[in-house]
Design a protein around this ligand. Structure first.
Ligand code: ADP
Ligand code: MG
Length: 334
C-alpha cells in the first residue's frame, strides 16, 4: 500500500509526534518519563500510572531530518494534485518546531520547508505540468496579520500598525488583501525571500522587545496550474506554519505585555484545536471565526484539504506538565 493511498484511506488529518534529543547541558542528569514506539508515546504520569498517546507516526530522539521529511513529503506533494495543504509545527518553546520546519543550513539539517519547496520544484519540472508558484510570508502577532515581505513603515508604532484584512470570495476562497505574493521559479528565489522575511521578523522583535516564540510564522506557496498556456485551471495553497510556543502562562509568570502576548497565542492555539476537533468529529459548525489564524486558513482546513500536525515535545522530566498538555492537544486533534 502506497503512503498516498494510506493517507486517502485514513482521512485528511494526520498527527505526528517528534521528541527532540537532550541538549548537551541537559544530558548529564536528565531523565525522560516516556518510552516511544513507531506510533505511541507511553508517558509515566505517576509512579504506577502509564498513559498511552497514539499518533500516526512518532519520531524519536535519533530520527533525522530526512526521516521526518520522508513522511511529510507525500503530504507536501499532494499540493501538486490540487489539494490545499496545511502543515503545522506545534509545541512549547524550545521543543524543536523551528528545527523541524526550517532546520539549519547544513544539508543534513535542512528542515521540512526547504526540502519541501525543493521537492515541489523538482516534481513540477519533471512531469511537464505547468505551474505558477508564488511565495508569501506573514506572521500573526497579537491577532495582527503582518506581511513579512514588506518592511515595516516607520510611521507606525508596533501596536498601531493596522492588520492586513481578510476577505472571503463568493466561492468561499480566502484572500488576504494586499499580501505580497512573489512569483518564484526556483528554490534559490524562495530562499532569498525567506531570508528577507526572517530578517524583517527579527527586526520587529527587537523593537517590540519580544521573541519569535510569541507569534505564528506562516509561509504560503500558491500553486496555479494551467491546462494550456494562459489557461488557468486552478489555484491551491500550501501552508507551512511555525506556531507560537504553546507553554501556559502560569508557569512563565508573565506580566504586562508578555502576558497579553501569551494570552493571544494560547487563544489562537486553542481555536485551532477547536477547528480541527470539529472537523475530525464532523460537527455541523466549525468555529473558524474564533481566531485570526483559523480565519486565514479557513479554505485550507477541512473539506478536501490535507492537514498535518507535527507535535513537538521536550525530552526532560522537568517539562512533564507541558508535555502532558501538548499530548492532550494532540489527542484532541487526532
Ligand atoms: P522551538 O522552535 O520549538 O522554540 P527550536 O527548533 O529552536 O525550538 O529548538 C531548540 C533547540 O534545540 C535549537 O537549538 C535546535 O537546534 C535544537 N533542536 C531541536 N530539535 C532538534 C533535533 N531533532 N535534533 C537536534 N537539535 C534539535
Ligand atoms: Mg522556534
Amino acid at each position: 500500500q502506497s503512503l498516498n493511498n494510506y493517507l486517502d484511506l485514513k482521512g485528511n488529518i494526520r498527527v505526528f509526534c517528534r521528541v527532540r534529543p537532550f541538549h548537551h547541558e541537559e544530558s548529564y542528569q536528565s531523565r525522560s518519563l516516556f518510552t516511544l514506539d513507531e506510533s505511541n508515546v507511553f508517558l509515566k504520569v505517576a509512579e504506577t500510572k502509564i498513559k498511552q498517546y497514539k499518533f500516526d507516526k512518532v519520531f524519536n530522539q535519533s530520527s533525522t531530518q530526512g526521516d521526518v521529511f520522508a513522511e511529510v513529503e507525500p503530504v507536501i506533494k499532494s499540493a501538486l494534485d490540487g489539494y490545499n495543504v496545511c502543515i503545522f509545527a506545534y509545541g512549547q518553546t524550545g521543543s524543536g518546531k523551528t528545527y523541524t520546519m526550517e532546520g539549519k543550513p547544513t544539508p543534513t539539517d535542512l528542515g521540512v520547508i526547504p526540502r519541501g519547496i525543493q521537492a515541489l520544484f523538482d516534481r513540477a519540472s519533471e512531469n511537464n505540468r505547468r505551474f505558477l508558484f508564488t511565495f508569501s510570508m506573514l506572521e500573526i502577532y497579537m491577532g495582527n496579520l503582518r506581511d513579512l515581505l514588506v518592511p515595516r513603515s516607520k510611521t507606525y508604532g508596533f501596536k498601531k500598525e493596522p492588520s492586513l484584512s481578510i476577505k472571503t470570495n463568493p466561492d468561499g476562497g480566502i484572500e488576504i488583501e494586499n499580501l505580497v505574493a512573489v512569483t518564484v521559479n526556483s528554490f534559490q528565489e524562495v530562499k532569498r525571500l525567506y531570508e528577507v522575511g526572517t530578517r524583517l521578523r527579527s527586526t520587529a522583535y527587537t523593537m517590540a522587545n519580544s521573541t519569535s516564540s510569541r507569534s505564528h510564522c506562516l509561509i504560503r506557496l500558491s500553486l496555479t496550474s494551467f491546462d494550456a498556456p494562459e489557461r488557468k485551471k486552478a489555484t491551491n495553497k500550501l501552508w507551512m506554519i511555525d506556531l507560537g510556543g504553546s507553554e501556559r502562562l502560569v508557569k512563565t509568570k508573565a506580566t504586562g505585555k508578555r502576558l497579553k502576548e501569551g494570552k493571544a497565542i494560547n487563544l489562537s492555539l486553542s481555536a485551532l484545536g477547536d477547528v480541527i476537533d470539529a472537523l475530525q468529529t464532523k460537527k455541523a459548525h466549525v468555529p473558524y471565526r474564533n481566531s485570526k489564524l483559523t480565519t486565514v486558513l479557513r479554505d485550507s482546513l477541512g473539506c478536501d484539504s490535507k492537514t498535518l500536525m507535527l507535535v513537538h515535545i521536550r525530552p526532560n522530566e522537568d517539562d512533564l506538565c507541558e508535555t502532558i498538555c501538548t499530548l492532550g492537544f494532540a489527542t484532541r486533534v487526532r
